[in-house]
Ligand binder design. Structure first.
Ligand code: SF4
Length: 268
């Protein structure tokens, strides 16, 4: 009996790096299986971006979803909102669906960590899923990634006007400016995030941000926007010679505000 061939998989997160990796490899590895772990708490811009990727590259994307959604797991975890130290959402809604998709097959998982990043490759600890890092192997950095996206006409996701990380609209890895802009761009989603802070069976109140509720943060909206605009102006001045796009400047400014390394399953 012939052995099952090794599978080649690439997880799209709706972010720029995983997309650029698909651009780089879609011709080189035609048997690549692309997947997106859908938490059903994504931004509309993410779905639109995935449609754009499919159309431009002519690839198929498997949309994987956990059998039980966020609300179920929130209940299981006693109403505790996920946080950088307790990322149950990533495990239950991103990693487990991926592991189910692969099963016991041998698979090579292509991960879009860039050569100019210092992040670990935590996607799955299953031994049959072996991560490889083509950008690192080829020495490709952020400017190369942007170039790949521009050359294919895919460009950056639309949320890049105000947010630089993919993932759930309520992601706790969001920076303060991004929360303010979520309220502006998607007031319904902001209201949903607010509800998660305020409504708990045990009467406790949890916050997405340490030490500040979303309402308190919103009260400081003008101050947060003014601070952000000052940072953008400074960064534009500093990097005028680099001819960076506004999206690239935004990316650097937000990285300065919060250098916490987001997780690989959601933000690539
Ligand atoms: S994007 Fe953020 S909130 Fe959503 S699963 Fe990932 S870490 Fe959790």
């Amino acid at each position: 009996m012939s052995e099952k061939p090794v599978r080649h998989i690439l997880g799209l997160s709706g972010g720029k790096d995983s997309t650029a990796l698909a651009v780089l490899l879609h011709k080189e590895i035609p048997q690549m299986e692309y997947f997106f772990c859908d938490t059903h708490k994504e931004l509309p811009e993410t779905y639109e971006y995935l449609d754009r990727i499919k159309a431009r590259l002519g690839i198929k994307i498997h949309y994987l979803a956990a059998e039980r959604g966020f609300d179920h797991w929130l209940d299981v975890y006693g109403g505790t909102l996920p946080s950088p130290n307790m990322r149950w959402c990533t495990v239950q809604m991103k990693i487990k669906p991926l592991e189910q998709f692969v099963g016991n097959d041998e698979a090579i998982s292509y991960v879009g960590i860039r050569a100019d990043e210092n992040r670990d490759g935590y996607i799955s600890t299953k031994k049959n899923i072996k991560p490889v890092f083509p950008f690192k192997e080829r020495g490709l950095v952020k400017a190369d990634i942007i170039g790949l996206l521009e050359d294919t006409g895919i460009g950056l996701p639309d949320y890049y006007r105000w947010r630089s990380r993919s993932g759930c609209f309520f992601c706790f890895f969001q920076r303060k400016y991004e929360w303010v802009m979520l309220a502006e761009e998607h007031p319904d989603k902001f209201a949903e995030a607010l509800k998660y802070e305020q409504e708990h069976k045990d009467g406790r109140q949890y916050t997405w941000n340490e030490g500040e509720t979303l309402l308190e943060l919103l009260e400081r909206k003008d101050e947060i926007i003014a601070q952000h605009e000052r940072s953008i102006a400074r960064k534009q001045k500093e990097s005028a010679w680099k001819k960076q796009s506004l999206a690239q400047v935004l990316d650097s400014v937000l990285d300065e505000e919060d250098d916490a390394l987001p997780c690989l399953a959601c933000h690539l």
